[in-house]
Design a protein around this ligand. Structure first.
Ligand code: ADP
Ligand code: ZN
Ligand code: ZN
Length: 732
């Protein structure tokens, strides 16, 4: 009898012991066990000779699902590291790392696929009899060398040719599991590529020098400087070695151009992992990658868990993007995990961005990462000029100043596209009574409702609750209700009526929801069906609009006064990324920023000296204020129906970390709080936070490691919901 420690999907920081008769199962094999009244699927995570529990009471494992581990050694190590670093229950870590289909117990073996092969007749057939059917002839010729996947044969040769060959009994269908000998290597081609410029050539050779070993690179290049081209040429070497490349991107929907570039350059299938896949499709990509059948795998945050048979290179594109940090459950940062994974797999990692995160930049400046810079735009394209537009005392029409409307008009008349960014969807951010000043609020969040005119709704952007737009004021019954401020919907309406001869399109999460919607919108823009593009954050991410020559940024002043110390960094990244959307092609572009605070040092520095300069000063500021990346943070969050409970719970935690409770003073860990979250109330729950900070990562880790089990069992946990966020990004 062996005692196996099983990781179960239970929010407890522990493993569960079960008995198993026979040779102990290896770590990483899924098993089914009974847990109380339930049956759960868990993963073997260790073997031991003794148990902390009474052995006579241990239950036996009921069924074994896998013949061999579903994770390779490096993924097993990564999961252990995640659990340890993020102080998260291992069972939940493993759940996060598995595709949903595997969590549900699906087989992790690749399913057989149907192939066409030559029949006995076909093997000896005289090809001259097919001289008038060239497609059939070519297919027969190809089948002499290899079997061809059913769907591929149909796509390449057409149903008619296949039908005809079947009728002549020349080919037959067989089923087989794709062999783990990679199929993509036969298809690999290298399409014409541009000759790398000097900066690119240096970057490529630095990366190539580190193939087959760990090395982390920050590829720091302005938009259009040819970062993607550097990826492509580095990938080429890896593929030629027969190794695989995993690429993380912030959002697949925004990168169809990039995916197409990869496919086209190498002529091979690219495994794509995005939120639109169903569980089986996702599992299939996972299996194909694990079996080495895909050369390139590209996906969003959770794709970092994709196993590879022969890993060769990791790339995190737009590494500064906040979507790489998971904001619930296991709050991991995919970029940081990529670093751990590259170390574990002994392969290079390239972090690419035009606006590197301050953490990453600091690692490059201190020499932890190798800093590769691309300072010039590739080809002939020039960078957009950047300007500030002072709107103090200026009349605004739907949020836009007259001077800016004139500029929009000029660009439109030249046949260009213009792009307007506003960080607010909906018609207006509030509805107010003109008589008494009453503002409609969401009672669950204590925040004004956003007006959505097209939907005839007031909607809370914090909890999603909605109601129809009232006809009169709740407080004084006046029907003079006016909307306050401007959102994308109002901006679109305003511009459409101001420039009736041009077509406008709005891209935000209201309009771009649904399968292929975003894709279609992006291609209609590239086909010049629309001249005026209006949108939110989505516009700043990755997509290139070659015909846009004017970018106008409205209403970012709020971010200048944010309570979040990362707000300045994010604003600078946003502005720089938006400016990068313009003037991609040979058309020179300009970016204008409307503000009430034209002298603001952040804006002035950014516009006049660029992101790199801004970032250097921002890092200095962080250093003086003892903030990350110079210190390390962990955030306990608690929420409850009563603010008191949430407060008391965090207060107890704070006491656990006081010197009196055995945390060594030399650990240098100090607590801030409990204080209310930036959003004090949400969905009817009061929200509190306790911040832990230390100049040493190890001190913070040790201190939390010592106390986490105790925290898990505090009495108040029954009344509140709590979470721990290591390296927090979200203080809202
Ligand atoms: P980034 O990823 O930094 O935004 P890209 O790699 O997309 O930049 O390059 C921008 C444009 O310049 C693309 O159209 C690309 O084909 C072109 N390009 C990149 N490198 C070169 C080069 N060395 N010579 C000519 N054109 C290049
Ligand atoms: Zn009123
Ligand atoms: Zn709400």
């Amino acid at each position: 009898m062996a005692i196996l420690s099983i990781a179960l999907p239970i929010p407890k920081r522990q493993l569960f012991d079960y008995l198993y008769e026979g040779t102990p199962l290896p770590v990483g094999v899924r098993v089914c066990v009974s847990f109380g009244p339930r049956k759960l699927i868990g993963v073997v995570w260790g073997v031991s000779e003794k148990s902390d529990w009474d052995i006579s009471k241990l239950k036996s494992i009921e069924t074994v699902i896998d013949d061999s581990p579903i994770f390779n050694t490096s993924l097993i190590k990564l999961c252990s590291w995640l659990a340890q670093y993020y102080k998260h229950p291992i069972g939940d870590v493993i759940q996060t790392a598995m595709p949903v289909a595997l969590r549900k117990g699906e087989s992790c073996l690749a399913k057989p696929i149907q192939y066409w092969t030559l029949s006995d007749v076909g093997l000896s057939a005289d090809l001259s009899t097919l001289s008038r059917a060239p497609k059939q002839r070519t297919l027969i010729q190809l089948l002499h060398n290899q079997d061809i996947v059913k769907s591929k044969a149909r796509a390449d040769f057409g149903a008619a040719a296949i039908k005809s060959l079947v009728e002549k009994d020349l080919i037959k269908l067989i089923e087989k599991v794709p062999s783990s000998v990679s199929t993509w290597q036969q298809d690999l081609i290298i399409q014409d590529k541009p000759i790398a410029n000097v900066e690119q050539a240096i970057a490529i050779s630095c990366i190539e020098a580190k193939l087959n070993q760990y090395g982390c690179f920050l590829l720091d290049g302005i938009t259009g400087s040819g970062k993607t081209e550097v990826y492509l040429q580095a990938i080429e070497q890896v593929l030629k070695q027969g190794e695989q490349v995993l690429i993380l991107v912030p959002e697949i929907g925004l990168t169809p151009q990039t995916v197409h570039r990869f496919k086209y350059r190498f002529g091979i299938d690219v495994g794509i992992l995005h939120s639109g896949l169903n569980n089986n499709e996702r599992l299939q990509v996972w299996q194909q990658s694990a079996n080495g059948q895909l050369g390139i795998i590209i996906g969003t945050r959770s794709a970092i868990f994709t196993p590879m048979l022969k890993p060769g290179l990791l790339i995190v594109d737009e590494e500064h993007d906040s979507s790489y940090k998971q904001q619930d459950g296991l709050r991991y940062h995919a970029r940081d995990l990529a670093v751990m994974r590259a170390r574990e797999e002994k392969i290079p990692l390239v972090l690419g961005s035009a606006t590197p995160a301050l953490e990453t930049l600091n690692n490059a400046l201190t020499g932890k990462y190798q800093h590769l810079k691309l300072n010039r735009r590739a080809g002939n394209a020039s960078l957009a000029t950047q300007h500030i537009f002072d709107i103090r005392q200026q009349p605004l029409k739907f949020g836009v100043a007259q001077g800016m409307l004139d500029r929009i008009s000029q660009h439109l008349q030249q046949g260009s596209q213009v792009m307007l960014f506003i960080n607010r969807r909906g018609y207006a951010p509030a509805l107010m009574c003109h008589q008494c000043g009453f503002v409609e609020h969401c009672k669950r969040c204590d925040k004004p409702f956003t007006v959505h005119k097209q939907l005839y709704k007031l909607q809370c952007h914090h909890c999603g609750s909605a109601k129809s737009i009232p006809k009169s004021c709740q407080q004084c019954q006046s029907n003079e209700l006016t909307s306050m401020g401007v959102g994308t919907e109002q901006l679109e309406q305003g511009l459409a009526s101001h420039f009736p001869q041009y077509s406008s399109i709005r891209i935000d999460s209201d309009t771009a929801r649904g399968k292929n919607k975003l894709d279609n919108m992006l291609s209609s823009i590239n086909n010049n069906e629309h001249q005026i593009l209006i949108g939110t954050q989505i516009l700043s991410k990755g997509h290139h609009f070659p015909n846009v020559t004017l970018v106008l940024i409205l209403d970012v002043d709020g971010a200048l006064f944010s309570g979040d110390y990362r707000a300045a960094e994010h604003l600078a990244q946003l502005i720089t990324q938006l400016a990068g959307r313009a003037g991609r092609a040979e058309k020179p572009g300009e970016m204008w920023l409307q503000t009430h605070d034209p002298g603001h040092p952040l804006l002035q520095d950014l516009i006049n000296n660029g992101y790199a300069h801004f970032a250097q000063y921002a890092l200095l500021e962080r250093q003086h204020a003892n903030l990350p990346p110079y210190t390390f943070q962990a955030l306990f969050k608690a929420q409850a129906l009563s603010a008191r409970d949430a407060f008391d719970f965090l207060q107890q935690i704070s006491q656990l970390f006081s010197a009196a409770n055995g945390v060594d003073i030399k650990d240098n860990v100090f607590c801030v709080g409990p204080i209310p979250a930036l959003m004090e109330k949400r969905q009817g729950q009061y929200r509190m936070q306790l911040l832990l900070q230390s100049p040493l990562r190890s001190s913070l880790q040790n201190a939390i490691g010592q106390k986490i089990k105790q925290i898990e069992t505090l009495n108040l946990t029954s009344k509140i919901r709590w979470s721990l966020d290591i390296d927090p990004h979200d203080f809202s």
